[in-house]
Design a protein around this ligand. Structure first.
Ligand SMILES: Nc1ncnc2c1ncn2[C@@H]1O[C@H](COP(=O)(O)OP(=O)(O)OP(=O)(O)O)[C@@H](O)[C@H]1O
Length: 396
């Protein structure tokens, strides 16, 4: 459904007298199959929106090629646009007409009869909790209501391919859950293909058949959420020794286990990432030693026997399944949570970290709150330019 090769997008931006070039997209290859829901993740400024704008024909790429629904984005923009729905991050600009009229006009632009689009529009209003707002003007709606109206506009013509740029930002937890159901329905009931960007990892995890991670304009990973977690991050094993004098012994044994089983991406942001090297992957802190270990469930029983035989007494052990945030951190060096990736649900629970004091547990939770990985220092958000233009191709 989408095939992109070597996409590049550069922008020239001017700040005072200085002109600089930003390489927003730097050689992106992307394949999305029919009926797939793909989560497109990356830190702020990674190039997600720019890629979506190329694929939706709003930007002509500086270099590279892409076909969307079988049409070339550069030479067949009209056909691409007829095949897709796009809910942009900025949301739609509404004319001042009543919401229902906006929807009907939009559907009719796609060639749908008024009766059909009104029927679909009203059904979507009901499904997305906009009941009673058909005759309201969008400017009198709340932010969340406007966002849901954007989504109605993006899908009312039942496109085969839907691009959703941070569709749930600004929605309350109930509206998010409702939209998730809808996105699943797009695929399950209508066989639609969905490419969505989000900063909410629970959302990406719950909805995506596949996750594509982009950083500095390049795709750095593409796989199912489960495979990424297993291969990239590994499980976090945290041992707490009874006697601090035995910490070094526990660390040495854990390091050996990492060498045998394979590491994930390090115990935390301070540890050295590396798929199999054990150097630097065991972190020591107070009475704790911790490291990432591939398939820890299988490897840890042997470690416990060894520690027992060596007379190392443990106060607690915790095995924490990796989250997508761990994957993200391993690949990009940044936590999505630093960029606002904690979902409203998680924020409401007040849970972004937890301590490692429980006895042996094995959590399969994938919510951001389940990880015990220490948080890195927040990084500043992406630079923005005061004025800018694409270096080739014009905004159409
Ligand atoms: N029109 C523009 N002019 C100049 N620079 C731009 C322009 N659009 C995007 N950029 C820059 O290109 C880079 C990628 O931006 P983009 O919006 O694609 O990132 P993103 O991954 O969608 O980020 P976010 O998660 O913050 O939405 C950033 O450094 C951004 O400042």
């Amino acid at each position: 459904m989408i095939r992109a090769r070597g996409l590049v997008q550069t922008f020239r931006s001017r700040q005072g007298r200085t002109t600089s070039e930003v390489r927003a997209v730097d050689g992106v290859d992307l394949d999305v199959e029919d009926g797939e829901v793909v989560g497109f993740l990356g830190p702020n400024g990674a190039g997600k929106t720019t890629t979506l704008r190329i694929l939706t024909t709003l930007l002509r790429p500086t270099a590279g090629t892409a076909t969307v629904a079988g049409h070339d984005v550069a030479t067949q923009a009209e056909q691409v646009r007829r095949s897709i729905g796009y809910v942009s991050q900025a949301g739609g600009a509404f004319s001042g007409a009543r919401a229902g009229d906006e929807v009907v006009d939009h559907g009719m632009l796609y060639g749908l009869p008024r009766r059909v689009v009104e029927e679909r529009g009203r059904a979507l209003f009901s499904q997305l909790d906009l009941e009673g707002l058909w005759t309201r003007t969008p400017r009198t709606m709340s932010g969340g209501q406007k966002r849901r109206l954007d989504i109605v506009m993006g899908i009312v013509h039942e496109p085969r391919l839907v691009f959703l740029d941070e569709p749930t930002t600004g929605l309350d937890p109930q509206a998010r859950a409702n939209l998730w159901e809808h996105i699943r329905g797009l695929r399950d009931r209508r066989g639609a293909t969905v490419l969505l960007t989000t900063h909410y990892l629970d959302e990406a995890d719950a909805l995506s058949d596949r996750i594509v991670i982009i950083d500095h304009g390049r795709v750095v990973a593409s796989d199912t959420p489960a495979a990424l977690k297993e291969q990239v991050a590994g499980d976090l094993v945290d041992l707490e020794v009874e006697d601090p004098a035995q910490r070094a012994e526990a660390a040495a044994r854990l390091e050996r286990l990492v060498a045998q089983a394979g590491a994930g991406a390090g115990a935390g942001p301070g540890a050295t990432p590396g798929p199999s090297s054990s150097g630097g992957v065991v972190e020591q802190d107070g009475r704790h030693v911790r490291a990432r270990v591939r398939r820890a469930g299988r490897a840890v029983p042997g470690l416990l026997r060894e520690l027992d035989a060596a007379g190392v007494a443990l106060a607690s052990i915790e095995v924490v399944r990796p989250t997508l945030d761990d994957v993200f951190l391993a690949l990009t060096g940044r936590s999505l949570r630093d960029t606002g990736g904690s979902s409203p649900d998680a924020a409401a629970r007040g849970s972004t970290t937890s301590s490692t004091t429980s006895s042996t547990t094995s959590s399969s939770s994938t919510t951001p709150g389940s990880t015990t990985v220490p948080q890195p220092t927040p990084t500043p958000s992406a630079p923005t330019a005061s004025t800018s233009t694409p270096t080739t191709g014009a905004l159409r």
